[in-house]
Design a protein. Sequence first.
Length: 90
Amino acid sequence: MSATWDTKITVISISAKVVSVCATRTDTTTGKTSTYYVARAVISTPAQKLAVINSLWDQHQEWVDRQTSIGNLISTLEADANDMLQDREP
């Protein structure tokens, strides 16, 4: 799967190096987008900048995990429904 990311940074405080970050991921295969936010982050050090990126990635991974769980649940329910309906056939 291929994807592109578009980030928007909004400065909250220049002197304190505080920003908010919005990152939108676009799946280039399906065109589906998902957007993630860090409302307030200090970015004075490389470690703080990395923490922002990690937060955005963790949000994305949670979304992927949820979608996988939903897909698995639907697949299981569909298989069960098909089996139960098939069992009722004479």
